[in-house]
Design a protein around this ligand. Structure first.
Ligand code: PHE
Length: 463
């Protein structure tokens, strides 16, 4: 049977924006700010940036290069590097399979918030119990999840260049402008609360950015470092086959090193700006206590902040949730693409058929995840100490267990079996310069595997 021509991005900008579209997602806007707010602001940011430049860079480079070298999607790519490591492909494909339904569920929540704000009911979202009241309903969360899933499926259905690349080229620049605009606005805020204390955005900025080394015990530092590493994994979309899939669509003459740097810079800047947009605003209206809100920061605290801003708050709320939708859709598209492309390569089936199969799967399991807060409600204690419902169990399995495992095996494969040269040769095959080469080798052979071990131990509750 003749090989079908593999789709590809039209050029390096298309690739960079699509990969940045994958990387910039709920992780940057929802997760990064609340972790930064909880974890000593500046110190967390410092750890994150250092890890991004070393650890993150090594993993991102590896995956993109594996994709381009093998021209295969994750399910089959690892086996092409070394037959004995075929299993990594299966594990790596399992991650997006687990993530897709719950990412669509969260995407649905974001859509709902956007619609609430644009229909002028933003104030309702500020009421206590609004979020829990909403997600525990039986039908509404399912409906919005389906709308979000449909947006994702249509994009993937249209293909790499006409779907994924096109949507990323439009949405990512708008997202960047929105995030810059809202963060500048956030810095100009001032508010005097009932007790007469006035707080300003600039004070919030200081708390957000300046590391505070007083009273940081070794244990605190360890937690901050692990949080930063877990966040980085999630944020640059590695260890789940996505970057392998996207790498496989990159033309051979693209300068990978340059593109990888751009993707990393884009992702980190949006995360920093998202923090800049959210943390000072929450500080101004809710003080320091408000900053430790955890996962509820975006859905619970922010609507209150928007309500306190008065009329402008409605506009900012609309723009904010619109931006979150853009970020979430482009990420979800990449999650679905990793699975769709794997089915296409493995079973030689068409994009359309494969997308339909994956959509049907996400639809069924997505409904189950939504109902995890209603019909199927339970409280399960996870090994890392948190208590969760179906969504949290999925999230725990993928982020805390499978992703570190995929990254660990990838390090063994590239660091020790196939050797870093495999990747370095791929990256430099048009005579490009591999900057940070030594860092890359040391990372893949030693540092990344060791840190991942620690992360895994922490995830299963050993530390
Ligand atoms: N990197 C994305 C973010 O920061 C999240 C993501 C997770 C994307 C899993 C794809 C797969 O939100």
């Amino acid at each position: 049977m003749s090989e079908k021509k593999r789709s590809s991005f039209t050029g390096s900008i298309g690739f960079v924006l699509a990969a940045a579209g994958s990387a910039v997602g709920l992780g940057n806007i929802w997760r990064f700010p609340y972790l930064a707010a909880k974890d000593n602001g500046g110190l967390f940011i410092l750890c994150y940036i250092i890890l991004a430049l070393t650890f993150g860079f090594a993993l991102l480079t590896t995956e993109i290069a594996i994709g381009r070298k093998t021209k295969q999607s994750p399910l089959t790519a690892y086996g092409k590097i070394n037959k004995k490591f075929k299993g990594i492909g299966t594990l790596a494909t399992l991650v997006p399979v687990i993530i897709l339904p719950y990412y669509c569920t969260i995407g649905g929540w974001v859509l709902k918030y956007f619609v609430t704000f644009i229909s002028g009911h933003g104030i309702d979202a500020a009421a206590d119990g609004y979020f829990t009241g909403y997600i525990t309903q039986q039908w509404q969360p399912i409906i919005w999840m389906l709308v979000f899933l449909a947006l994702t499926s249509i994009t993937v259905f249209c293909g790499v260049d006409k779907g994924i690349e096109k949507i990323s080229k439009v949405l990512m620049p708008i997202l960047l402008i929105l995030v810059i605009g809202i963060s500048v606005y956030s810095l100009t805020l001032t508010y005097t609360d009932a007790s007469g204390v006035t707080r300003t955005g600039l004070e919030g900025l200081k708390i957000y950015l300046v590391p505070d080394f007083t009273n940081v015990s070794f244990k605190d530092f360890f937690i901050i470092l692990m949080d930063a590493m877990g966040q980085l994994f999630f944020s640059i979309s590695v260890a789940m086959g996505i970057m392998v899939a996207y790498g496989s669509y990159v033309n051979d003459d693209t300068n990978l090193m340059k593109s990888i740097n751009q993707i990393e810079i884009f992702d980190t800047i949006v995360a920093l700006l998202a923090g800049l947009m959210i943390v000072p605003a929450v500080f101004v209206f809710m003080g320091k206590e408000g900053m430790s809100a955890g996962p509820g920061l975006m859905f619970v605290s922010l609507p209150k902040v928007f309500a306190d801003m008065g009329k402008t708050g409605t506009v900012i709320g609309i723009l904010f949730f619109l931006m979150v939708i853009f970020a979430a859709v482009t990420s979800c598209v990449s999650i679905m693409e990793a699975i769709v492309s794997s089915i296409m390569d493995r079973y030689n089936c068409s994009r359309k058929k494969s997308t339909i199969i994956v959509t049907a799967y996400a639809l069924i399991i997505g409904i189950v995840v939504c109902l995890g807060y209603n019909l199927f409600y339970f409280e399960l204690k996870l090994p890392n100490g948190s208590v969760g419902q179906i969504l949290d169990v999925f999230d725990y399995l993928s982020n805390n267990i499978l992703m570190p495992l995929v990254a660990l095996f990838t390090c063994i494969l590239i660091g020790w079996v196939a050797k870093p040269k495999t990747i370095i040769d791929e990256v430099t095959k048009n005579g490009e310069k591999f900057s940070r080469k030594t860092i890359y080798i040391v990372m893949m052979k030693f540092v990344v595997p060791i840190l991942i071990f620690v992360l895994l131990f922490q995830a299963v509750g050993i530390f």
